[in-house]
Design a protein around this ligand. Structure first.
Ligand code: COA
Length: 337
């Protein structure tokens, strides 16, 4: 048996396509309750670095057959002591040392760059949610990683949300704030406010023991996100609440509609500026976005979201909306010596 691991050029359609196909099949086995995503989304993981980071792709071939894929993410501006890894092995070729060999190759590069922390994430079942095999967690634990935080995945069918009724209940609390909705890029006049709210996420949303520095409150971060969402084929739906006194956006939420299946969307960030909490803006902004999605993308029903298990407030908002448990995403970290 010969096992060979080689870096590949993300611009090369053939090898990048092979790696993306492995990621897709491995993910389907790991989260059988989630839809199969388009190959384009997986290719984009290798091709589209965020601002100030490098992405390196690796293929593992067992007797010449591509069976494993690795992605190494190296932040070069903030979090320079850290690296993120994603490893995927075809379900038919597990427990033959492919994952460990990929891990050795990636951590070799991480050590050579004098980085000390490695982060990875895995999928698990949640009580009351669908069954997931949890191979990734068994692997991470076997290699000495520690659990840093757990995000609760939750799923909502937008057709079941009584958005108008709930909105009528929260609107008496939101006086002095006006809803704004849009699809696509953030308007230029509001991008500084959105960049500020985005940068607050790591500071404000509980993330357990994860050691991760916040992003810069810089509009270029938002513009780069928009580019990577476009590359994946996503459509973005935003809602925000404007403080009538200052004209600034102080609450923001976004749903990312997938290219395929377009009936699915990821509930991305929701954030209320700490100075404006206590006015039910978090629930209001989400409801305004649901109404926008219903009107503009009626084919989108399934909205999936993740919240740190320490984020009791957002979990309570989501329960009020009717989200039910799907599965957990566990963030793991290890300090290399
Ligand atoms: C995690 C993953 C990459 C492991 O790939 P793999 O090739 O099966 O891993 P290895 O054969 O190198 O396993 C190394 C060790 O991890 C542990 N391990 C791996 N899978 C395990 C499982 N399902 N149950 C218990 N232990 C497991 C074992 O200790 C194993 O050593 P052993 O086989 O000698 O006992 C693969 O299961 C996968 O693609 N999962 C989906 C993606 C994912 O969750 N990745 C997370 C890491 S970033």
């Amino acid at each position: 048996m010969s096992l060979r691991i080689a870096a590949f050029d993300p611009a090369d359609d053939t090898t990048c396509g092979e790696a993306a196909a492995i990621m897709r099949l491995a993910s389907l086995a790991e989260t059988p309750d989630m839809p199969a995503l388009s190959p384009r989304r997986y290719v984009a993981r290798f091709r589209n670095p965020q601002l100030g980071e490098r992405r390196l792709g690796f293929l593992a071939r067992l007797d010449g057959v591509a069976v494993g894929a690795g992605l190494l993410i190296l932040p070069d501006e903030q979090n320079r002591e850290a690296a993120m890894i994603e490893l995927h092995v075809l379900p038919t070729h597990r427990r033959r040392g492919v994952g460990r060999a990929l891990h050795d190759r990636l951590t070799g590069i991480i050590r050579a760059e004098n980085r000390s922390t490695v982060l990875a994430n895995t999928s698990e079942s949640l009580p009351g949610g669908p069954a997931r095999p949890g191979d990734g967690s068994a692997f991470a634990a076997a290699l000495g990683y520690q659990r840093a935080s757990t995000a609760h995945g939750q799923l909502l069918d937008l057709r079941d949300v009584p958005a108008e009724r709930l909105l009528a209940r929260v609107t008496p609390h939101t006086g002095g704030y006006s809803p704004v909705v849009w699809s696509g890029d953030v308007p230029e006049a509001d991008v500084a406010d959105i960049a500020y709210l985005n940068a607050r996420l790591i500071e404000d949303a509980p993330t357990g023991d994860l050691e991760w520095e916040a992003e810069k409150p810089d509009p270029s971060v938002i513009r780069n996100y928009e580019r990577t969402y476009r590359d994946k084929g996503s459509t973005l739906f935003h809602a925000a609440m404007r403080d009538d006194r200052t004209g600034r956006l102080v609450a923001w939420t976004m749903i990312e509609q997938l290219d395929d299946p377009s009936s699915w969307g990821w509930q991305q960030i929701t954030l209320v500026d700490p100075a404006h909490r206590g006015h039910r803006l978090g629930l209001a902004v989400k409801l305004h976005n649901h109404l926008q999605v219903r009107a503009r993308a009626p084919e989108l029903h399934h909205v999936h979201t993740w919240n740190s298990d320490a984020n009791h407030h957002m979990i309570a908002i989501n329960a009020e909306l009717g989200f039910r448990p799907s599965g957990a995403t566990v963030d793991w970290q290890i300090h290399l010596r």
